[in-house]
Design a protein around this ligand. Structure first.
Ligand code: GLA
Length: 721
């Protein structure tokens, strides 16, 4: 560990500043280990290291994975802060975030705890993506005297520590102690106000329709809640203002209830998938024709090459074709409402993944609590809710399917939660879906399950025997192997992936090869050289705007030259729907507009579209986000050119990509936290594109007028040639 000891006084001046009644702290004392005495005041921590609290300890030379560490901040808190506050209800300790669990003490007293630690009776559960904003009784603060804030942290896997700050201390504002929430019902939306401090006051509602500009009076109440009208098709921004009757202070929140733009699919058959599918000669074809429309539906195909088959009732293309070539096929789908023909190319050759993979992955919902039953329940919902009719086909089991020990012959085994992996693959294949699995080139995975180190060939052969169609290969435990050698060249990063590639491509089936090593050594520059079909470009995504903005907008901006059919940049899995990274699921924390932005950007980026939520609990809004055929067609476009940012105009960014039919897909994003009037015509002129302008979410041609665009919202267009 890098020890940075500074004289106490200097450390404190560097570490915090007081402005506008807020103390901002950027550094703290730090010690690896665990000692209950470290929570108390009066401990001599002058020999501890000094760490930046805005970044995890891992990035500051501290090697402390799966371990405890303590932070301490010694400071005088001036009573002027309390005097200037008219509410005097609570003192706020805002740490930012903690990776993974914490217990926070003020002057030795526990004032906050999020997540649990291995020594807790219920065992360890990390909560690295929960904000730590603790409300503390002002009587616990030693005003004008020395105070100590001590934070005990447990890190259940790299990275670890306090991050996302700086740490902020202040007297609580009305907004800090009131919670204004809303919940959509069938026809009304319920707005509620609550506070642990039993406040009395008035709640007022005012709305604005962002499509028409009309204002709407939502009424007011002295009660704890009020119902406002809710129409699923209207985008209305509401402002709820709570006025505290005692102080006259106000707290407000704006929100936009979920609104559905995607028009309902017609009852007649409609093709919603890519216009080509790649398979290697002799590999089993698994392709469920993605036609929406009322069932029963019958299917036929003209021009199928020798060896390819079509099940006319289920619409599953199967069989094997030994002769390479581009086979132009005419697909026909018919039901009670009509018959539709679609030309399609089966490309038998060495290239697979001609378009980005679409499907589901267990991680963002179930985390390490995944089970075969939970996987099957999402897979069944992919079929029942119609998502398979839009091309979602990979069902990927992430970490935590492995047994504690290998079989006697060294082969990998599943744990009790996965009683029959082969049965799972067979069942998925019978439905035209595909199975994905997860492993690591290291001895252990990120979740500490068995990895494939020294068993690469044996593992991929087992996967092949089970019928696995997708391998996510996650660096994680390989960091220990990597540390053993002084070789840190690009070749050293490539090595474990090259090794697996050789065995993987030797299998007699097509296995999508997904690299997960968070973008190290510019993986986008060499991912195609190990025949990876995609590579993660960043660390893990989480369901916050900050994460979406950083991963989606900042880190993908320069990567467009590296993506191409067969080899895709992967900015991580989708964060819409019910998520949780554990057995406890909750709704995504993204606003509806952030979700429109997320799906629009992932479509423009030609990103892997792997649903991260429990599909069995998916609501109509989330289905509408994932099943807009015109939006998905941008993602699945055969040109495979990733969008790039073409105009940055203050908070507005315009991203564009050319499409195979000569059109251009354009996303105009409002990255600010207020509604902006976006002048579509101006941007199209600057881009030099002209033609019919289509609003892809609404699926209608529009004029290039001004458009009110929600905070963190998007206008997604296609300009047709
Ligand atoms: C890493 C990956 C995640 C997930 C977990 C599983 O954090 O980036 O996507 O696979 O490991 O432990």
């Amino acid at each position: 560990m890098k020890q940075k000891t500074l004289p106490l006084l200097l450390a404190i001046t560097m570490a915090w500043s007081l402005s506008a009644q807020e103390i901002v702290i950027s550094e703290a004392r730090y010690m690896t280990g665990d000692n209950p005495a470290w929570k108390s005041a009066g401990i001599d921590d002058s020999g501890w290291a000094t760490l930046d609290v805005t970044r995890e300890w891992t990035y500051q030379g501290v090697d402390n994975e799966n371990g405890y560490g303590w932070y301490r901040i010694n400071l005088t808190i001036p009573s002027s802060m309390k005097k200037a506050d008219s509410l005097k209800k609570a003192f706020v300790i805002d740490l930012g975030f903690v990776d993974d669990s914490d217990e926070t003490f003020l002057n030795g007293k526990l004032v906050g705890k999020i997540g649990t630690m291995p020594c807790d009776p219920e065992g360890y559960e990390g909560k690295y993506n929960s904000p730590r904003r603790y409300l503390v009784s002002p009587s616990l603060v030693r005003w004008d005297k020395e105070n100590v804030i001590s934070v005990r942290v447990y890190n259940g896997g790299d990275p670890g520590g306090i991050f996302g700050g700086p740490i902020k201390l202040r007297m609580a504002s009305l907004a800090d102690i009131t919670d204004i929430s809303f919940k959509e019902g069938e026809n009304t939306c319920r707005i509620s106000v609550s506070s642990p401090y039993k406040l009395k006051g008035t709640l007022c509602l005012e709305g604005k329709d962002l499509e028409t500009g009309e204002t709407i009076d939502g009424g007011s109440t002295k009660a704890a809640g009020i119902d406002i009208p809710y129409e699923k098709g209207r985008q209305i921004q509401w402002t709820a203002t709570f006025t505290d009757s005692k102080t006259g202070l106000t707290a407000s929140r704006t929100f936009i209830p979920k609104y559905i733009l995607t028009p309902e699919a017609p009852k007649a058959p409609r093709y919603n998938g890519p216009l080509a599918f790649g398979v290697r000669p002799g590999s089993p074809i698994i392709f469920r024709l993605p036609f929406s429309g009322e069932r029963p539906m019958t299917f036929s195909a003209d021009g199928l090459p020798e060896g390819a088959t079509l099940d006319t009732r289920s619409g599953i293309l199967g069989g094997k074709v030994s002769k390479a070539g581009d086979y132009r096929i005419t697909l026909t789908a018919a039901n009670a409402h009509g018959t539709v023909r679609q030309t399609f190319t089966l490309k038998v050759g060495q290239k697979i993944a001609l378009t980005p993979p679409m499907g589901w992955n267990s991680w963002n919902c179930w985390g390490l609590a995944v089970s075969q039953e939970r996987v099957m329940s999402s897979a069944a919902a992919i079929l029942n809710k119609g998502l398979a009719d839009y091309g979602y086909s990979y069902i990927n089991v992430d970490d935590a399917w492995q047994a504690d020990e290998r079989n006697a012959d060294g082969s990998i085994a599943c744990n009790d939660r996965f009683p029959d992996m082969k049965g799972l693959a067979d069942w998925l294949h019978s439905k035209g879906l595909k199975l994905g699995i997860y492993s690591s080139p290291g001895d252990r995975t990120c979740g500490s399950y068995l990895g494939s180190l020294d068993h690469e060939k044996q593992d991929i052969e087992t996967y092949n025997a089970w019928g696995v169609d997708y391998l996510k290969y996650d660096w994680c435990g390989y960091s220990r192997e990597f540390a053993k050698s002084a070789d840190k060249s690009v070749a050293a990063y490539v090595r474990p992936y090259l090794k697996m590639e050789e065995y993987l491509r030797a299998q007699p089936r097509d296995i999508f090869y997904s690299l997960c090593q968070y973008g190290m050594a510019d993986v986008w520059k060499w991912g195609h050289a190990v025949d990876a079909n995609s590579w993660r470009t960043t660390g893990d995504i989480t369901d916050t705007w900050e994460s979406l903005y950083d991963i989606g907008f900042v880190r993908q901006a320069e990567l467009y030259p590296y993506s191409q059919p067969g080899h895709w940049n992967d900015p991580d899995m989708l964060i819409v729907g019910k998520l949780g990274w554990s057995a406890n699921l909750r709704d995504t924390r993204l606003t509806p507009d952030e979700q429109y932005t997320h799906i629009s950007l992932w479509a423009l980026l030609a990103a892997n579209l792997l649903i991260g939520c429990d599909v069995s609990q998916m609501d109509d809004f989330t289905v509408s986000l994932l099943c807009n055929n015109e939006v998905n067609a941008v993602n699945q476009d055969l040109l495979g050119q990733q969008a790039k940012p073409v105009i940055v105009d203050g908070d507005i960014q315009v991203w564009a990509r050319p499409l195979a039919d000569g059109g251009t897909a354009i996303g105009i994003f409002n990255l600010s936290s207020t509604v902006k009037n976006v002048n579509i015509g101006k941007y199209l002129r600057e881009l030099g594109v002209s033609g019919t302008v289509r609003d892809l979410w609404r699926q209608k041609d529009v004029s290039a007028d001004d458009r009110l665009t929600a905070p963190h919202g998007v206008v997604l267009l296609k300009v047709k040639k």
